[in-house]
Design a binder for this molecule. Structure first.
Ligand SMILES: [Zn+2]
Ligand SMILES: [Zn+2]
Length: 250
């Protein structure tokens, strides 16, 4: 029994690693086309970001592989494959439920990791990217990676979700993780500065976390930051004429 589980863990690790390299690579390529040379002086930093991210892939792969094996061979989890098993309206609601739960978990663990002692141990690696690049999406110390790795594998035991809806959640997680770090805003300004941007976190919001540190802790939504008074609004980028001292300094 141990060997099939090990194989599932290795397969998941490879899938997560390849997914990271493909998505980060695609957005790094898009960044190079949009702003040639913007990462030119960050080669060593990018090397570190890739190193920590691939290490994180192994940590994410462990619970994901065990749960995937259990789902297939032991009937674990509430993941369902037949659309008719739950009302159709649950399909989009399950996606929202996963994102809200992940966001809440991320906000509070992230805030905790900004306490000085924990920051040094678990979170300094992520903030060593100054400013972050598209390769920083999974650039976490193993302790931090562990806090992120358990969320989705735990949620599938308590919230029913169709296998393809889970794919949507993972796609949103992966793409937002990359775009929020790549150094420019991919969403239209009308959205980011409009009603949508008041609730949804995009690169402009997370950029401010990387420049100011003690604010904007959220992942997908701004609810927790607003509720807890830690929302300091949007940051600015390399190519923004309003750019001041907010780029990459503690
Ligand atoms: Zn942080
Ligand atoms: Zn970040």
């Amino acid at each position: 029994m141990a060997l099939p589980i090990l194989l599932a863990v290795v397969a998941m690790t490879l899938i997560i690693a390849v997914r990271y390299l493909a998505v980060s690579g695609a957005f790094a390529w898009a960044t190079a086309r949009r702003m040639p040379g913007v990462y030119a002086r960050q080669r060593r930093q990018i090397g570190r970001e890739i190193y920590w991210s691939l290490l994180s892939a192994g940590i994410y792969g462990l619970p994901a592989g065990v749960v995937a094996w259990g789902w297939q061979h032991r009937g674990w989890t509430l993941i369902y494959a037949r659309l008719g098993d739950y009302p159709l309206a649950w399909y989009p609601l399950s996606i929202v439920a996963f994102l809200l739960a992940h966001d809440a978990w991320f906000y509070w663990t992230h805030r905790l990791m900004h306490r000085p002692a924990l920051f040094r141990i678990a979170h300094a690696v992520h903030h060593a990217s100054r400013p972050p690049t598209a390769w920083a999406a999974m650039s976490f110390h193993p302790w931090e990676a562990l806090t992120g790795a358990v969320v989705i594998p735990a949620l599938v035991f308590v919230v029913p979700i169709h296998i393809s809806a889970l794919g949507v959640v993972l796609a949103i997680m992966t793409v937002m993780g990359v775009t929020n770090h790549m150094g420019w805003e991919i969403f239209p300004r009308r959205f980011v500065e409009g009603r949508g941007g008041r609730f949804v976190i995009t690169a402009s919001h997370h950029q401010r976390h990387h420049s100011d540190y003690r604010c904007n802790y959220g992942l997908y939504f701004r609810f927790w930051d607003r509720l807890c008074g830690t929302d300091r609004g949007l940051g600015v980028f390399h190519d923004d004429p309003r750019r001041g001292s907010a780029d990459g300094k503690p």
